[in-house]
Design a protein. Structure first.
Length: 117
């Protein structure tokens, strides 16, 4: 059973930066595409970014494109999300996801990111 544990969330001022990490275990990391989703208060859970197994292909929601960078370490079985120029609208719980064959199989418990003015 795969396990994902996010860390790195916190309180940051608008315009600041945070780096989220996701430690994974219990599955073959390179068999999975990895992704970040987020859920803002009162809203649905939304896609943020994804990365293929090798790390050479990435995808971003248009709202974060150019500000966020996803990358993975296939030796350490870690996923990261570098978030720069944070906006109030980025406030959400951020979830790490492992996906295979188009299906999100494993989810982390989430880490809170709060952006203040």
């Amino acid at each position: 059973q795969g396990q994902l544990v996010e860390s790195g969330g916190g309180l940051v001022q608008a315009g600041g930066s945070l780096r989220l990490s996701c430690a994974t275990s219990g599955f073959t990391f390179t068999d999975y595409e990895m992704a970040w989703y987020r859920q803002a208060p009162g809203k649905d859970r939304d896609f943020v970014s994804a990365i293929n197994w090798s790390g050479d292909t990435t995808y971003y929601h248009q709202s974060v494109n150019g500000r966020f960078t996803i990358h993975r370490d296939n030796v350490k079985n870690m996923l990261y999300l570098e978030m720069n120029n944070l906006e109030l609208e980025d406030t959400a719980i951020y979830y790490c996801v492992a996906a295979r064959s188009g299906r999100n199989e494993y989810w982390g418990q989430g880490t809170q990111v709060t952006v203040s003015s």
